[in-house]
Write a protein that binds this ligand. Sequence first.
Ligand code: A3P
Length: 379
Amino acid sequence: MFVMSIWGTSLSLSSRSLAIALVLCLTLLYFSYSFNACLLASISRSLQQSNLRNLLSLTSTPRNESSSSSNDSATPAATPSANTTGSTGTGSTSNVPAAVGIASGSDGSPKYQLLRQPGLRPSRHLPDTLIIGVKKSGTRALLEFIRLHPDVRAAGSEVHFFDRHYQRGLRWYRHHMPYTIEGQITMEKTPSYFVTKEVPQRVYHMNTATKLLIVVRDPVTRAISDYTQAASKKADMKRFEQLAFVNGSYSVVDTNWGPVKIGVYSRYLERWLLYFPLSQLLFISGERLIMDPAYEIGRVQDFLGLKRVVTEKHFYFNATKGFPCLFKSEARSTPHCLGKTKGRNHPHIDPSAIERLREFYRPFNNKFYQLTGINFAWA
Ligand code: A3P
């Protein structure tokens, strides 16, 4: 009896200690599992962050280089026949950014697949739309106004790819473009494109579907604006009247002088129309861009297939500056106008000289109205 009770006690003691040991083991297991899980989560988080950083510094893939763009040197090809049908030939594009592996670590795991979805990865693309001119007609105002739209991203400065840096190739050009995501338009403005002979063909070879924006202004006012800008950089510049005419009289206009020459819009437009149909060009009135910027920007948004987001609510008229200004922009959240170099005071020009220039431009303006189908009603 006595032996039985001792045996019973020791049995109950050993099963209690077994239970305690079991609980201890389970607790230990739980803590070690939690610790490992935390460790793994933090490693994966830091890996993701470093991958995103890599993404932003990566050279991106082309969206709309011409189909021959594997040759990135952008060597000009043979001149195409007049393209008035808007066909997409060599420049046909895919709007989906190519799914490129992330740095060297592309391994097809779900993490990479998520980041490789088109549109999630910001990348640089060749422009879909160009503001090709005309110099001193309001090209900066147009760019600053249209880039208020969240679906438009623009290169900050004039890249001059098609006129000065063409030999550097499309890869170089693309590198100067801003990062965009799927659905955003890439835009660039270089006003000298409009008047540079080789540019229409070069743009055509990049992408036949490129949309072209052209701001135009009364060529006489434009010439004076051009002169004013040049004179602001050169102290001893001759008077406008001396430069605009040959032999000091107002009888012969100096058509070789840049500020006069650029105003013969029809001449340059004819070259563009050899490569692009009129439907791919939008003409913006420089005068109306000052009087009613919302109206002109509305037309631009329609032309680019964008929702009308930029409206009259974005503009106010600054009486001191004498021009429309912005309540806020991509760069600044406070009301501001364009810089000092935009909206300068023009010097007084002899009215007879102005009248003679108007007479000179009249037939060219009429030709331009005929080509565009728009009467700009310049005097
Ligand atoms: P002026 O400085 O001669 O007045 P661009 O940007 O192509 O060089 O054109 C400059 C012209 O844009 C200016 O010429 C000005 O008339 C015009 N412009 C149009 N909208 C403007 C704005 N909101 N603020 C300043 N200038 C504007």
